[in-house]
Design a protein around this ligand. Structure first.
Ligand SMILES: [Zn+2]
Ligand SMILES: [Zn+2]
Length: 432
């Protein structure tokens, strides 16, 4: 196994060899100057959801050694060396395997980094942390003020299972953490496990979140927005646009959708391309840039629509950790393969800014990307996340116990908190 020290030496060597070929870098960077005055054609968005839970021992406020992560101290550190840092300094190689460019992938990825991970990164390697913030700024400049970073529900909580007050606090904390780092308001929010229901949508809209990203299997039906819907939501029987049933994940993911709520408000939703996203995470789609681009190309609709978005989403750790070295694949794609095909690398907020939804969608009542039984994966013996060798009947009593504890603590916090705060719940919302 390679030690940490050896890895650092390797990185330093490669960066040195890069410095020799600055002429080549100049040549390639000219290829990269997309003209974003146009709003037509094929757009590509690759979203990475980067997340680690808080691994710190709460007594020591430090992470203890995790032997399974050897030769690294713990899993955060291991994934940092395999993914978080390599994506900030991704190497572009020529046919001889020589480094000809170093690319900050965060400049081209649409991404969210969970607050419990980005705070660790800030402490662990300020350089990579700064590189991520800088990438968001550069993407804002390149994409008309719409940065690549989106917020995340703070503690990766399954929002449909949270009570109303906790939903709001999680969204507010996610936004506050985002603002403090990126210095702007988030336009979109990543939902943990893309878990969603209509009460969650109402909370997101009330907190000024403009869009979310879901799996295609979460949509129930869609149709072109009838003209009287564009200004105000009206009841179904006033319109004659037929609904298309897409409950089997058939929704066309190349356009955004508007989801109207009972209160007349709405949120916009992107559905990522399911099969391509799955093959990025679980097959060898990222083994070569050409292979990857060909597959994306097959998703392009040949029906002369003026603009379309090919969007994929997966765990950010796919790029380098789950799939070793694949940060190089996407770096080459962003800077060479996609521009050569005249595809524009963008993010959801930017695409939405010139391509607002002309279709509306109705979601299934309660869903998530990693469970086909609503959100039972986090409360019942549904079978998801196991291999069939053991049961998950412990989930229900565990969930009940945690919910009971939460409800008991509400009273304790309210009573005790009132002795110290005018409004204990406002104090909690502003704690971050
Ligand atoms: Zn996650
Ligand atoms: Zn399930």
């Amino acid at each position: 196994m390679t030690s940490v020290a050896e890895l650092l030496v390797l990185q330093a060597e490669e960066i040195k060899s890069t410095a020799k070929s600055t002429a080549e870098i100049k040549h390639y960077s000219t290829l990269n100057n997309d003209c974003l005055d146009t709003t037509t054609g094929v757009y590509i968005t690759i979203h990475g959801h980067f997340y680690q839970p808080p691994r710190e021992n709460p007594d020591l406020d430090t992470i203890e050694r995790q032997p399974t992560a050897a030769p690294f101290h713990d899993w955060n550190e291991r994934i940092y060396y395999e993914c978080y840092r390599p994506n900030a300094f991704a190497r572009v190689l020529n046919d001889q395997g020589e480094v000809i460019d170093i690319v900050n992938n965060y400049e081209y990825l649409s991404f969210n980094i969970g607050p419990t991970l980005i705070s660790w990164l800030e402490d662990y390697d300020l350089e990579v942390y700064q590189r991520i913030l800088e990438a968001d700024k550069k993407s804002c400049v390149r994409l008309n003020g719409h940065g690549n970073a989106i917020a995340q529900v703070y503690n990766h909580i399954i929002l449909p299972l949270a009570n109303e007050r906790d939903k709001y606090t999680q969204i507010r904390w996610g936004k506050a953490d985002f603002r403090s780092r990126f210095g702007r308001e988030p336009e979109g929010m990543w939902l943990a496990e893309t878990a969603v229901d209509y009460l969650t949508l109402e909370a997101l809209v009330a907190e000024d979140i403009r869009f979310i990203i879901l799996a295609p299997s979460q949509a129930q039906r869609c149709r072109p927005i009838p003209s009287e819907h564009t200004s105000e939501h009206t009841s179904e029987h006033n319109t004659n646009s037929p609904w298309q049933e897409v409950g089997g994940a058939q929704i066309d993911p190349t356009r955004p959708y508007r989801c109207f709520l009972k209160n007349g408000k709405f949120i916009d939703i992107f559905f990522y391309d399911g099969p391509i996203s799955r093959d990025m995470g679980f097959n060898d789609l990222l083994s070569s840039t050409e292979h990857f681009a060909k597959r994306l190309g097959q998703a392009v609709r040949g029906d002369h629509r003026s603009a379309q978005l090919i969007a994929v989403a997966t765990d950010g750790e796919t790029f380098g950790h789950h799939k070793t070295g694949t940060e190089k694949c996407i770096a080459y794609a962003f800077t060479h393969e996609f521009p050569e095909r005249n595809w524009t690398v963008t993010n959801f907020a930017h695409y939405l800014s010139f391509n607002p939804p002309t279709w509306e969608v109705v979601l299934k009542p309660v869903t998530a990307w990693s469970c086909s039984h609503g959100v039972d994966r986090w409360q019942d013996d549904c079978g998801c996340g196991g291999d069939g060798k053991w049961h998950q009947r412990w989930r229900r009593p565990l969930r009940n116990a945690l919910d009971w504890l939460r409800d008991e603590l509400i009273q304790v916090y309210q009573d005790t908190g009132s002795q110290f705060f005018h409004d204990p719940w406002l104090a909690r919302d502003e704690y971050i």
